[in-house]
Design a binder for this molecule. Structure first.
Ligand SMILES: [Ca+2]
Ligand SMILES: [Ca+2]
Length: 262
């Protein structure tokens, strides 16, 4: 009797462990809330967390607001996490359309498919399959920018409009070992703004490009329009100077998270 109980107990433990080993943790796919100005292109960032050698998947993004003019989604492009030359074949710098990223265009929703390389540690490839735990390809970690969704904000979109950005994964993601990974999505928003501090190129975020615009205007290579002048004057002293450019650079690298004035 005791022996049968023990056998059953061991079998239960074994099955539980086996089930745990084959159940993969969900990858989180998140919309980073963004902003855009009317008549300009905004980039909505999609980040993944809990990724372990994420190599493939597909998703759909919709951007809509009740009663507001419809946006046009022009492309899904590679994110900052996809920079390593060995991460995919034929990769180009972030923001470019990569061969591994295919997307449909031109409507309030867009679908994309991505496929990264799935490498294996030397000596662990047997019969064409990589031994579990020895995959090396794909994206791993948290807060990795998988993609940027490029959105044309309509010229007549009222300031303050909040578009809802909805994600849908109609197929599970998979890892370098071809294991199916469940996906948890977190939706976000795209807010229509007039002028955003630190964003003279009006793409909804501060990047190195904005700091360079400030620097180029300081040395007279370019002339800023009124909106750009207001966006690049991040300390609100009425002029665009080296101080503003440095503040934007500090923002880009994360040394500051907000500007001295709104
Ligand atoms: Ca910008
Ligand atoms: Ca200034």
């Amino acid at each position: 009797m005791i022996q049968r109980f023990m056998t059953t107990a061991f079998a239960t433990v074994f099955l539980t462990v086996a089930a745990t080993m084959t159940a993969f943790a969900a990858v989180d796919l998140q919309v980073v809330n963004g902003a855009g100005t009317p008549g300009q292109t905004a980039r909505i960032s999609l980040k993944v967390s809990n990724a372990v050698h994420l190599t493939a998947g597909q998703f759909n993004v919709s951007v809509a607001a009740t009663g507001a003019p419809a946006v046009s989604l022009t492309a899904v492009k590679s994110g900052q996490a996809i920079t390593a030359p060995d991460l995919c074949d034929g990769c180009t710098p972030p923001g470019a359309t990569d061969s591994f990223f295919t997307s449909a265009t031109g409507s309030p929703s867009i679908s994309a498919v991505f496929l990264l390389s799935s490498d294996c540690e030397a000596g662990f490839l047997q019969n064409g399959e990589c031994t579990t735990g020895h995959e090396t390809g794909g994206i791993s970690g948290n807060d990795k920018e998988l993609a940027q969704v490029w959105v044309n904000v309509p010229g007549d979109a009222p300031i303050g409009t909040v578009y809802t950005v909805t994600l849908d994964t109609n197929a599970d993601f998979s890892d370098a070992g071809s294991n199916i990974l469940p996906v948890t999505v977190l939706n976000g928003t795209l807010t229509v703004i007039d002028v955003q501090k630190g964003d003279p190129n009006k793409d909804g975020q501060t990047t190195i490009s904005d700091a360079l615009i400030g620097l180029r205007s300081i040395v007279g290579l370019i002339t800023l329009d009124a909106d750009q002048q207001q966006a690049a004057d991040v300390n609100c002293d009425g002029n665009v100077t080296i101080t503003d450019a440095l503040l934007m650079l500090r923002f880009v690298v994360g040394l500051i998270t907000q500007y001295p004035c709104p």
